[in-house]
Ligand binder design. Structure first.
Ligand SMILES: Cc1cc2nc3c(=O)[nH]c(=O)nc-3n(C[C@H](O)[C@H](O)[C@H](O)COP(=O)(O)OP(=O)(O)OC[C@H]3O[C@@H](n4cnc5c(N)ncnc54)[C@H](O)[C@@H]3O)c2cc1C
Length: 388
C-alpha cells in the first residue's frame, strides 16, 4: 500500500519540524518553500531558547510549553544549543516588586529558578548594570536559528522527505466538492508551474498563514506582529539577560556568537512582505539594552533587522498569548484536506509539529505514534549531504 502523502507549505521552524514528525510516522512528505529554509520569521528570530520565565506570570500555558520543550530540545538537538542559562535582573523598585509574582509564576509552571545576590550576579556577569538589586538564574539558552531548522530538515530528509525550495504556492487545488487535493506552485528557478497532489496539505506559513488559507476560502485568525532586533559588536554577557518585569520592549540582551542582540518591539503592519526597520525603535533598543548592560551604549551596531510573529492568542501585541494552534479547516470552514499550524515560538516547534501530525493522522485514519521526543536529530550539515 502506498504511503499517505502530505504537502507542507513553508519551511521555517514549524514546517521543517512537521516534516520530520510526519516522515518519522511513515508519511510521504514534500515541503515547498518560496525561498530557502528559514526564509521567513525563523531566519530572523532572536534565538532565545525560552525557559518560560518570560511568560510565567501572564501566559502560563505558553510558559509550560516552553519549559517542557526547552528540556526536550536540549536532549534531541544539543548541537545547535548553547545551554548558557539566563538571568532575570531587577534594576529598580518596580522590578523588585515584580520578583514575588515572578517566583510564584515560575513555581506554578515548574520552571526551576535560583535567586542570586547582586554580588553573585555580578560575579557571573560582570557587564550587567552594577546597580542590580536582585537576580534569578533560570534555564534559558540560546540557539542557532538556521542550524535548528536544518537539523529538523536533515532528519526529515533522511526519512524520505523532499524539500522543494524556491517554490511558491500560488493556489490550492480543489476537487470541486470543497476539498483541497494539492497545491499549484511556481518553481522560481525554472519559472514552471507544477501541480503537487496531496492527501493533506499542511499550511505552515507562519505570519502568511491567512494568505494560504484564503486560497481555499478558509481563514486563520493570525495577527502578524513584527519586532525589531539590534546587533552590537561585542559579546558583553554569556547568558540571556532579561529585565525582571512584565514583558516589554528591549528587555532582553542575548549573546549570539561574538555579539549581543537586543530585542525587541511589537507593532502592527499593513504589508507583510515589507517590514521597515523603524529608527525610533532602534534607538529604544539602545536605551533599554543599555539599562541592562551599560557597555552597549558605546558599542558599534553590527546590524538591525525585523521579523514578524504569527500571533494567534487572545489579546493584542504584548498581551497576546504566545501559544499555538492547529486548525482543521474542515471544522472551522467546512474545507477538507487542509490544516494550518501557526502561533507558538521557535522553542515550541517540536510540540507544534506533534500536534499537527496528530491531527493529520486522525484525519487520514493513520495509527502512528509521535516519536520525536526521543529521536536525536541529525547535524544541519547532513541537509546538504556534507560530512560531519
Ligand atoms: C522579533 C521576534 C523575535 C523572536 N524571538 C524568539 C526567540 O527568541 N525565541 C523563540 O522561541 N521564538 C522567538 N520568536 C518566535 C519565532 O521566531 C516564530 O514563532 C517562528 O519563527 C515562526 O516559525 P514558522 O515556521 O511558523 O514561520 P516562518 O519562519 O515565517 O515560516 C513560514 C515560511 O513560509 C514561507 N511561505 C510563505 N508564503 C509562502 C508561499 N506562498 N509558498 C511557499 N512558501 C511560503 C515563508 O517564506 C517562510 O519561510 C520571535 C519572533 C519575532 C518576530
Amino acid at each position: 500500500m502506498s504511503k499517505p502523502n502530505v504537502v507542507i507549505v513553508g519551511a521555517g521552524f514549524t514546517g521543517t519540524a512537521t516534516a520530520h514528525d510526519l516522515a518519522l510516522r511513515g508519511f510521504d512528505v514534500t515541503v515547498i518553500e518560496r525561498g530557502d529554509i528559514c526564509n521567513g520569521t525563523s531566519g530572523r528570530t532572536h534565538g532565545l531558547l525560552h525557559s518560560g520565565g518570560r511568560y510565567a506570570v501572564k501566559d502560563q500555558e505558553s510558559a509550560i510549553e516552553c519549559i517542557d520543550e526547552n528540556m526536550i530540545l536540549r536532549k534531541i538537538v544539543p548541537q545547535v544549543i548553547e545551554p548558557n542559562g539566563g538571568l532575570f535582573i531587577a534594576i529598580d523598585e518596580g522590578d523588585l516588586q515584580y520578583g514575588e509574582t515572578f517566583i510564584a509564576g515560575c513555581e506554578a509552571c515548574h520552571i526551576p529558578l535560583e535567586e542570586l545576590t547582586p554580588k553573585e550576579a555580578l560575579k557571573l556577569e560582570p557587564n550587567i548594570n552594577p546597580n542590580v538589586l536582585t537576580a534569578f538564574l533560570i534555564p534559558d539558552g540560546t540557539f542557532d536559528p538556521l542550524r535548528l531548522a536544518l537539523s529538523f530538515a536533515a532528519s526529515a530528509k533522511a526519512n524520505g522527505a523532499k524539500f522543494k525550495t524556491y517554490t511558491e504556492a500560488k493556489s490550492l487545488l480543489m476537487d470541486g466538492k470543497g476539498t483541497v487535493v494539492g497545491v499549484k506552485a511556481l518553481e522560481r528557478t525554472s519559472n514552471q508551474t507544477v501541480e503537487l497532489r496531496a492527501d493533506m496539505v499542511v499550511n505552515a506559513t507562519g505570519a502568511w498563514a491567512g494568505e494560504i488559507a484564503e486560497m481555499a476560502g478558509a481563514s486563520v485568525p493570525v495577527k502578524p506582529t513584527p519586532g525589531v532586533m539590534v546587533v552590537y559588536d561585542q559579546r558583553f554577557v554569556q547568558r540571556a539577560i532579561n529585565r525582571l518585569n512584565a514583558p516589554g520592549d528591549g528587555d532582553i540582551v542575548l549573546p549570539q556568537r561574538r555579539m549581543v542582540v537586543v530585542g525587541t518591539t511589537s507593532f502592527e503592519i499593513d504589508n507583510l512582505d515589507y517590514v521597515p526597520v523603524i529608527e525610533e525603535q532602534v534607538q529604544l533598543m539602545l536605551e533599554r539594552g543599555a539599562e541592562l548592560v551599560p557597555g552597549i551604549r558605546n558599542a558599534k551596531v553590527r546590524g538591525k533587522y525585523t521579523a514578524t510573529r504569527p500571533l494567534i492568542g487572545a489579546g493584542e501585541g504584548r498581551s497576546a498569548a504566545r501559544t499555538f494552534k492547529c486548525y482543521d479547516h474542515k471544522e472551522t470552514d467546512n474545507v477538507d484536506g487542509l490544516v494550518t499550524i501557526t502561533g507558538g515560538k521557535a522553542t515550541t516547534l517540536r510540540a507544534m509539529a506533534e500536534k499537527t501530525a496528530d491531527v493529520v493522522c486522525e484525519k487520514l485514519g493513520v495509527h502512528a505514534a509521535c516519536a520525536t521526543k526521543d529521536t536525536p536529530l541529525l547535524s544541519y550539515r547532513q541537509y546538504y549531504n556534507m560530512p560531519n
